[in-house]
Design a binder for this molecule. Structure first.
Ligand SMILES: C[S@@+](CC[C@H](N)C(=O)[O-])C[C@H]1O[C@@H](n2cnc3c(N)ncnc32)[C@H](O)[C@@H]1O
Length: 317
């Protein structure tokens, strides 16, 4: 499939998933659709927020340990990054790596991906870069990646694994395992369980950027699927669910209302929510269990002094 066809497939899937999600008993919208061009930019703003400790903490670990990570990954490696976004974390890693063979970023949002490719290509002109647009949970998208010789490492930073339920995370890492050979690697970052006040502030920041990010999904539906959402009639809500070990993000209907999408009508009771994102939190033990159960042997991990965040290097067995 070429780039235009991949983009078209993403649009069709968006319509299908939104209609199915709004028809469900607990209305839900898959969080991957938060990242259109505007959403990707809002996410970059979130990453710079004081309240959003995740990016800051991860950046600190990378800054201190990037050489150790590059050494663990080894020479002549093809780095594959599902959900690469602006590729900002891959760039210093590629620079620290010994003769990286190629970089294959994959993302559902084409605009941010192609801007990033141009930037990295200018700074590392000899490095083959082949971006692919699509849903990284779909094996079809992985088949679009070019064949490369030598070892591969899947790079999955940003705690994106947290957006998947434990069962979904197992099948996703299982899919990653299917793409690599024994001895190939996985560099995986995850946010760790911590005080709920710290967690909730990260997803309900005082600058209201996460609120804008969440509500942008309604703007996107209005624009792309002929929706009639009154954005002001919905509120942003984020809370930590202790038992499920996840922060849930919702949009709450502030009144009883009917909304049209693609010519279909959806009823909302006052207080009814659309569940838009999960951010699951791990412990070192549950992360290692996840890696083992999907065919990866943890080799090394790096964390911050508060153990708020962890980055694991594991190899396929
Ligand atoms: C939390 S951001 C992380 C971005 C980057 N990896 C980082 O660490 O800063 C998630 C990125 O993954 C992309 N994404 C989320 N779900 C996806 C999916 N199912 N398929 C492809 N891309 C996805 C989004 O478009 C966004 O760029």
């Amino acid at each position: 499939m070429n780039m235009a066809a991949q983009g078209f497939a993403v649009v069709q899937a968006f319509e299908h998933d939104v209609l199915a999600g709004l028809n469900a008993a607990q209305k839900t919208l898959p969080c991957k659709y938060l990242y259109d061009e505007a959403g990707s930019r809002l996410f970059e703003e979130i990453c710079a927020l004081e309240d959003y400790y995740l990016t800051r903490t991860e950046a600190d670990i990378f800054a201190r340990k990037i050489d150790a990570m590059a050494q663990a990954l080894g020479p002549d490696v093809t780095l594959i990054e599902p959900g690469a976004g602006n590729c900002a974390k891959a760039e210093p890693l590629l620079q620290a790596m010994y003769t990286p063979a190629a970089y294959l970023p994959l993302d559902i949002s084409p605009e941010i991906l192609f801007a990033a490719r141009q930037r990295i290509q200018q700074r590392m002109p000899g490095l083959p870069i082949s971006p692919a647009v699509g849903d990284f949970t779909s094996p079809a998208v992985w088949r679009e990646l070019p064949e490369t010789a030598g070892r591969k490492v899947v790079f999955f930073p940003g705690s994106t694994i947290g957006n998947f339920t434990p069962e979904q995370a197992r099948s996703l890492l299982g899919l990653f395992a299917d793409q690599v050979q024994t001895g190939d690697g996985l560099l995986l970052a995850a946010d760790l369980v911590k005080d709920s006040v710290v967690l909730e502030r990260a997803y309900h920041d005082s600058n209201h950027v996460t609120e804008a990010f969440n509500k942008n999904l309604l703007h996107r539906i209005n624009r792309e699927l002929d929706g009639s959402f009154n954005i002001d009639a919905f509120a942003h809500r984020a809370f930590y669910h202790r038992l499920r070990r996840r922060v849930e993000m919702h949009l709450v209907s502030l009144k009883e209302q009917v909304v049209e999408v693609c010519g279909r009508q959806f009823h909302f009771a006052e207080g009814e929510t659309i569940h838009t994102e999960n951010s699951h939190k791990y412990t070192l033990a549950t992360l290692e269990e996840l890696l083992h159960s999907t065919g990866f042997q943890p080799q090394q991990y790096w964390t911050d002094h508060q153990q708020h965040y962890a980055i694991y290097y594991a190899e396929a067995v």
